[in-house]
Every structure is written in structure tokens, then in C-alpha cells.
Design a protein around this ligand. Structure first.
Ligand SMILES: Nc1nc2c(ncn2[C@@H]2O[C@H](COP(=O)(O)OP(=O)(O)OP(=O)(O)O)[C@@H](O)[C@H]2O)c(=O)[nH]1
Ligand SMILES: [Mg+2]
Ligand SMILES: [Zn+2]
Length: 323
């Protein structure tokens, strides 16, 4: 799949800057072209019209990490963070602990992308084993079937476990300051990405990385470093919520009514699980909030398509070069 993409679309988008794409090919050649009229995202495979230095065609995406970005008031616009990924590393700094609600959102985004999510607890050198164990148990309570690894960019041996992923394309996602760029540098083996100190008091980062960037790995794979997201906002989803909350969906198979809302209905298996302590009511509420959030985006999209059709407008192109 990837091999054929490289033959017919020899260039890959490395970085976007205001209407320009920095491109790289599989042998490491780089060029810069305009992407007028082409919707491109970092990680896209493209062809180039060399005479006018423009992106000509964008290859079909095998996967894409898409979040909601809002511009121009409340209008919802999709933002393609990265395209053609095999794996999404979800980074959480072990010293700050894992926020389960944030991880749930990241998992929905990652599952929706079509790539495989893997959770990384970073900065393991800065905590003791009990803190790691506590963080891992938070991760497994939210993502029972997702692989989780504790790593430290300051301890090469701890990175060995990641080599199994390093042949494909991997996007790194996480809050500012969790160590995405530091990990990219450690895996590449040189300081290709700028990093920044976290704030003394609350360990938050300073948004050092401002644009997604594709970096080649010595192993032949690719990493996509991304800017730390303040808020993980969802775009309309495929099956991301079902996969991120597969435990709740499995339970609801046993509700008496197919359309059970898990409120007042008799023989509700989800409420029974909450009562017996098998399911956290906070997790159910978190899922319901995400379902509502996605439904609101879908409604807004449908409404806009209707009004634009009525006015005879062409549908707007999604904006892809912001974060
Ligand atoms: N102790 C320790 N510190 C680390 C590790 N990885 C990163 N850091 C520190 O964490 C801080 C933030 O690292 P960055 O790599 O810039 O974080 P980032 O996720 O890229 O942040 P943004 O670009 O702002 O989104 C830096 O001071 C790093 O030195 C680690 O494994 N151990
Ligand atoms: Mg960074
Ligand atoms: Zn129910």
C-alpha cells in the first residue's frame, strides 16, 4: 500500500506554512511548493507540477487524524492534524498523572483516524514505580485493550519497546510539555525538533511546537510531531466512540430495549453494571457528553449543507493548515 503510494505520489508533505508545503521524498530530497487549490495535510502523499511549483494531486488517505477547529465565530471546521498514519502515540507525562477524560477524547480521535492508538507514559525517569503503576491502572481503566508503555527520553533502554512501531508512520499527540518533541529527537537520534521547559508550578508546557512536522526515522519509518492541543475537540466520527467505549457498548447489548437510554428503562444492563460497581457512572457520563458533542457537529454540518445548497453555493473546502 505504502510502496505503491510512493510510486504514484512521490512526495510527502513534511510541513505546512501559509499556503506553502514543504515536501520530502523517500530518498530525503526536499522542495517547497504552493498548495493553492489543493487540500493538503502533513503526511499526505502528493504529486507536483514542477513548472509552476504547485501541488498537483493529493493521494487517497489511508487514515487521518481530524479534530474540530472553530474559526469565524462558532462555525465548526475540520482540521486534519496528520494523514496516512499507522499508529498514534498518545503521550501523558507520568509525573503529572493521566487525566482519564482527556485520554478518552484522544482515544476517540485516534480510533476514528483509522490508525492504532498506543499510550505512552513519558518521563518515567522522574517518577518511582508506584507512580507508574498508578498511571498504568488509570490507563487500563479507560483503555483496557490498548497497549501502554512507560518510557523516558533520557533512558535509551526504555525506548527499545517502541521499535516494534517504528517502521510505519506514527503521529505523536498530547498536551503541551508532555515530551513529544523530546521523544522525536531521542528516536531520530539528533535534535531535529525544538523543545521547551515546562512551567515550574504546574508542569504545563509553553506550546513550543507550533506546527505539525513530519520527520524521517533512521529505521525507514516516519514520525509526525504535533503542537500540544489545549483542548481535544471532536469532529464527526465513524466508530471512534464505539471503539473507545467498547465496554459500555458491549453492556448495552444486554439491555432489554435496543434503544435503551440507560435512564429509567427496565432491565438496563448498563445501569446494573453501575449499581454493581462494574462501571463508573463518571465514564458513562463522559461518553454521553462526547456523543452529544459529535451529534452537535453533525447537525451543524447538515444545516450548513442545506443552506448552502439552497443558495447554490459550492460547499466550502475544509481548512487544513491550522491547528
Ligand atoms: N525528566 C524528563 N524530562 C523530559 C523527558 N522528555 C521531555 N522532558 C522535558 O519536558 C519538557 C517539555 O518537552 P517537549 O518535548 O518540548 O514537550 P512537547 O510535548 O513537545 O511540548 P509542545 O511542543 O509545547 O507541545 C522539556 O523540558 C523536556 O526536557 C523525559 O523523558 N524525562
Ligand atoms: Mg513540541
Ligand atoms: Zn440500558
Amino acid at each position: 500500500m505504502r510502496v505503491s503510494a510512493e510510486i504514484s505520489y512521490p512526495w510527502r508533505v513534511r510541513r505546512l506554512d501559509r499556503g506553502w508545503s514543504a515536501l520530502i521524498d523517500s530518498t530525503g530530497n526536499e522542495t517547497r511548493v504552493r498548495n493553492i487549490g489543493a487540500e493538503v495535510a502533513v503526511g499526505d502523499y502528493v504529486t507536483v507540477d514542477t513548472e509552476i511549483a504547485r501541488v498537483e494531486q493529493v493521494g487517497p488517505r489511508t487514515s487521518a487524524l481530524v479534530r474540530r477547529a472553530s474559526f469565524e465565530g462558532a462555525r465548526a471546521v475540520p482540521h486534519v492534524v496528520a494523514a496516512n498514519l499507522d499508529v498514534v502515540f498518545l503521550l501523558h507525562a507520568a509525573p503529572s498523572g493521566v487525566n482519564p477524560r482527556r485520554l478518552e477524547r484522544e482515544l476517540v480521535l485516534a480510533f476514528d483516524s483509522g490508525a492504532q492508538p498506543v499510550v505512552l507514559l513519558t518521563k518515567s525517569d522522574a517518577v518511582d514505580d508506584t507512580q507508574i503503576d498508578r498511571a498504568i491502572s488509570v490507563v487500563t481503566s479507560v483503555a483496557p485493550d490498548v497497549a501502554v508503555h512507560a518510557v523516558s527520553a533520557r533512558n535509551r533502554a526504555s525506548l527499545g519497546v517502541l521499535s516494534q512501531y517504528l517502521t510505519g508512520t506514527i503521529a505523536l499527540l498530547g498536551a503541551s510539555g508532555v515530551g513529544k518533541s523530546t521523544l522525536v529527537n531521542a528516536l531520530v537520534g539528533s535534535d531535529v525538533q525544538r523543545t521547551g521547559e515546562v512551567r515550574e508550578g504546574d508542569q504545563r508546557g509553553r506550546h513550543t511546537t507550533v506546527a505539525a512536522e513530519l520527520v524521517a526515522l533512521p529505521s525507514g519509518g516516519w514520525l509526525i510531531d504535533t503542537p500540544g492541543l489545549r483542548a481535544v475537540t471532536l469532529w464527526t466520527s465513524g466508530h471512534g466512540i464505539e471503539r473507545a467505549f467498547s465496554d459500555i457498548f458491549a453492556l448495552s447489548e444486554n439491555c432489554r430495549f435496543r434503544d435503551c437510554k440507560h435512564e429509567e428503562e427496565p432491565d438496563c444492563a448498563v445501569r446494573a453494571a453501575i449499581e454493581s460497581g462494574g462501571l463508573s457512572p463518571v465514564r458513562l457520563r463522559a461518553m454521553e457528553r462526547l456523543v452529544a458533542e459529535e451529534a452537535a457537529v453533525e447537525d451543524e454540518q447538515r444545516e450548513r449543507e442545506r443552506t448552502e445548497d439552497r443558495r447554490g453555493f459550492r460547499r466550502r473546502r475544509p481548512e487544513t493548515d491550522r491547528n
